[in-house]
Design a binder for this molecule. Structure first.
Ligand SMILES: Cc1ncc(C[n+]2csc(CCOP(=O)(O)OP(=O)(O)O)c2C)c(N)n1
Ligand code: SF4
Ligand SMILES: [Mg+2]
Length: 263
């Protein structure tokens, strides 16, 4: 991916009223175009995440820790301090940053392959320790970046590159509901599962992200927002059918809503 150099700023646009951020066609904290597939849900989730930091006025003290997956290319277009660490290790790196710089607002951005396959112990131990960080999971039920293989969150019956006839419990085991696991630990503060497949889901995701960061600001322990994101490429469905497919598969199985609010 190349970083665009021809970004223009409209200096003729009227300023927003004090304390009100103008609705921007292009989010302030995204520098240029992403390189992900048409119909991918991850750019939508990224925008909501960055808008939340802006809405809360915490951009300057926010530090993101990014895992490895298709969203990894966002580090080049995010106008927020970020570091990228080894697969699945983002919660541990975030722990270190937050402990050294407690005044910072620290978040992770991980996929299901990264968080639930490659680094499940990292997020669980961080939650058990009550680390005051916010973990954001982009869950599409596949290793999107490497071609759509099954992950630990793939739901039963879901077709992936390594489960062409659909995930089968006897052969592949059962999916891991990571948000529920994190919520069950005493050190977690706020935990929610949401989706970006509908306008209502987008609005709900924004509210939940805000509550998660407010929880961190209140020092309640680890907060986690699991965002179900479309991966039409990895699901073998046309881009336009991604939201419907997600609604009938992952959303139907996992269910959406707040799982834990405050401890
Ligand atoms: C230790 C290690 N394991 C696996 C890989 C390959 N790998 C890189 S990105 C990725 C997919 C990550 O999937 P996910 O976090 O779900 O992100 P998505 O692409 O679906 O957004 C994998 C398996 C690797 N590079 N190194
Ligand atoms: S493979 Fe899936 S997760 Fe990756 S960019 Fe394409 S749609 Fe998005
Ligand atoms: Mg994934």
């Amino acid at each position: 991916m190349t970083v665009p150099t021809d970004i223009t700023i409209d200096t003729t646009a009227p300023p927003a009223a004090p304390g009100v951020r103008a609705a921007a066609a292009h989010p302030d904290l995204i520098l240029g175009e992403h390189s992900l597939c048409p119909g991918c849900g991850e750019p939508v989730a990224l925008r909501l995440l960055l808008e939340t930091l802006q809405d809360l006025g915490i951009v300057q003290r926010s530090i993101g820790v990014v895992g490895h997956g298709c969203y990894g290319s966002f580090v080049r277009i995010m106008d927020v301090d970020v570091l990228q660490c080894l697969h699945g290790r983002a919660p541990s790196c975030a722990t270190g940053i937050k402990r050294v710089r407690p005044e910072s607002v620290v978040f992770t951005m991980q996929g299901d392959g990264d968080m639930v396959n490659e680094g499940l112990q990292e997020v669980l131990h961080s939650a058990a320790r009550g680390e005051n960080i916010t973990c954001v999971l982009f869950n599409n039920g596949v290793f999107g970046d490497t071609g759509g293989q099954q992950t630990a969150t793939t739901v039963l019956g879901q077709r992936t590159k390594t489960s062409l006839d659909g995930r089968d419990a006897e052969q592949h085991g059962y999916p891991i509901p990571v948000a529920d696991l994190v919520a069950s630990l005493q050190g977690s503060g706020y935990v929610a599962r949401t989706a970006v497949s509908t306008p209502a889901g987008v609005a709900q995701t924004k509210r939940m992200l805000r509550r998660a960061f407010e929880s961190q600001l209140a020092g309640e322990g680890l907060s986690l927002v699991e965002i179900l994101t479309m991966c039409p490429t990895g699901w073998f469905v046309p881009a336009a059918e991604g939201p419907t497919y997600q609604g009938s598969s992952m959303e139907a199985v996992y269910g959406l809503g707040e799982i834990k609010a405050g401890r």
